[in-house]
Design a protein around this ligand. Structure first.
Ligand SMILES: *[C@@H]1O[C@H](CO)[C@@H](O)[C@H](O)[C@H]1NC(C)=O
Ligand SMILES: *[C@@H]1O[C@H](CO)[C@@H](O)[C@H](O)[C@H]1NC(C)=O
Ligand SMILES: *[C@@H]1O[C@H](CO)[C@@H](O)[C@H](O)[C@H]1NC(C)=O
Ligand SMILES: *[C@@H]1O[C@H](CO)[C@@H](O)[C@H](O)[C@H]1NC(C)=O
Ligand SMILES: *[C@@H]1O[C@H](CO)[C@@H](O)[C@H](O)[C@H]1NC(C)=O
Length: 400
């Protein structure tokens, strides 16, 4: 990667902090299973989107977001105090800045300043600034209770914290039982740990396996044979059939714009969801599909994290960003800085893809302050330049 792009990527992250990002509206990358062979392509009706604009200084509203019914427009203004936030809007109401109430998100292995920071009663103490979980051999009821690099699984009939199972080892009953870069391949006889992304298109697995949060198929996509069938099959790459981003609610178009390319292995096509963004025109765009270039870049970063030695300092759930959707704190605290930054960058970029596209700065600053800082430190004064930089680095990633 040339120095200037590396530098821009680096600058992108200097201002980042993990906390205070509102959860995205959608579930994180909900791609598996995408459906069954018998599902028709959905004839989506185009969503009707609200518009998001900056409050003028003459609009002296006492709210961070004011809904103007006649224009279907939210007029927003960032909270001036960074310890306050404005929720991402769902209801057509007026919103005022609310004091952020930090929720504990630390699992065994994560940082804490008191036991109150350790989430859900899973840790036993906060010692030397780290939430302490149960040791190997201790009784447990959930993997969240066990120390980093271990899981809660049955040994001789008793649930106890035990080492993660290596790839090829049998005896897993959930994906967290396997080493960080592998999931549990459920079978009718003995379940076995299989590396994420290692199964080629056409491979058969059980629907239950297809349903893991992270996918064993190289395409990150599997498909139920038919509704009600127990078997699923890994598809080939599933990517958008037009250049992204794809606008999908232009009034003239009532056909589904978000369809994928036909998968040659399964002779199947699907569609992504047409979602509203936080832009000022009320435009909607198709969500990314797993084969689209930004998703591929994200999956590479995810794999690097799962295969890193740093992850062994983290609870088994931290194999992917899952708790509360937007939390990468264990990576932030343990992973090499530049690797963490790339991981976080592609995570945010893919997660907020539609939300932030063409959104005005005041809107980003109000709802996505972390993304806003990133875009700003990219040196861009509009969304496109941030995207160009992202795409430039993406092409470089693919070229080496
Ligand atoms: C929002 O605030 C404006 C200006 O104060 C007011 O006219 C309007 O009725 C409020 N809307 C709602 C839904 O409360
Ligand atoms: C993680 O656990 C494995 C056994 O499953 C062990 O070989 C390895 O040394 C452990 N690594 C760390 C960093 O604790
Ligand atoms: C995964 O499980 C399926 C049955 O569900 C089995 O046919 C397949 O061979 C297994 N693959 C691996 C790599 O274990
Ligand atoms: C797949 O996951 C969903 C949501 O977690 C669950 O409701 C469903 O029962 C699962 N299906 C199978 C076959 O495990
Ligand atoms: C799928 O088939 C089409 C038509 O034969 C071909 O143009 C395309 O390159 C194939 N795609 C893949 C991923 O093999």
């Amino acid at each position: 990667m040339p120095e200037n792009v590396r530098c821009l990527l680096f600058l992108s992250f200097i201002l980042l902090f993990v906390y205070g990002i509102p959860s995205p509206n959608s579930i994180l990358h909900p791609y598996s299973p995408l459906g069954s062979f018998s599902d028709p392509i959905k004839d989506l009706s185009a969503p009707v989107c609200n518009k998001y604009k900056c409050q003028e200084s003459s609009q002296d509203y006492n709210s961070c977001s004011y809904f103007e019914q006649d224009e279907s427009t939210f007029y927003v203004k960032p909270c001036s105090d960074p310890s306050y936030s404005c929720s991402v809007l769902i209801d057509k109401l007026n919103y005022t800045c609310q004091l952020k109430t930090p929720t504990p998100t630390s699992f065994p292995g994560d940082k804490c300043s008191s036991i109150d920071d350790c989430y859900g009663g899973y840790s036993q103490s906060c010692t030397n600034g780290i939430c302490i979980g149960r040791k190997i051999g201790d009784a447990c009821t959930s993997s969240y209770q066990c120390s980093p690099n271990s899981t809660c699984r049955e040994i001789n009939g008793n649930l106890q914290c035990a080492p993660l199972l290596e790839i090829g080892e049998t005896g897993c009953s959930q994906e967290f039982d396997c080493v960080y870069n592998a999931g549990c391949n459920f079978t009718s006889s003995s379940n076995v740990c299989v590396a994420y992304g290692s199964l080629s298109p056409g491979t058969e697995i059980l629907v239950k396996t297809c349903n893991l949060s992270e996918n064993l198929c190289s395409s990150h996509t599997c498909l139920q044979r038919a509704a009600g069938d127990e078997t699923a099959v890994c598809t080939g790459e599933v990517s958008s059939n037009a250049q992204i981003p794809i606008a999908c609610n232009s009034p003239q178009t009532y056909t589904n714009q978000c369809i994928s390319k036909l998968d040659n292995y399964t002779n199947w096509e699907t569609s992504s969801v047409c979602s509203c963004g936080y832009n000022s025109d009320g435009n909607a765009y198709c969500d990314l599909l797993p084969g689209d270039a930004p998703m591929q870049a994200y999956y590479r970063e995810l794999k690097k994290w799962q295969e890193s030695s740093a992850i062994k300092n983290c609870n088994t759930i931290w194999r992917y960003p899952m708790y509360n959707g937007l939390n990468l704190q264990c990576a932030e605290n343990n992973y090499e800085k530049s690797s963490y930054e790339s991981f976080f960058y592609w995570f945010l970029y893919t997660t907020l893809y539609v939300e932030v596209y063409e959104a005005e700065d005041c809107v980003l600053k109000t709802f996505y302050p972390v993304y806003y800082s990133m875009k700003n430190s990219n040196g861009g004064d509009n969304d496109d330049s941030a995207r160009e930089i992202a795409l430039a680095s993406l092409l470089l990633l693919f070229s080496n």
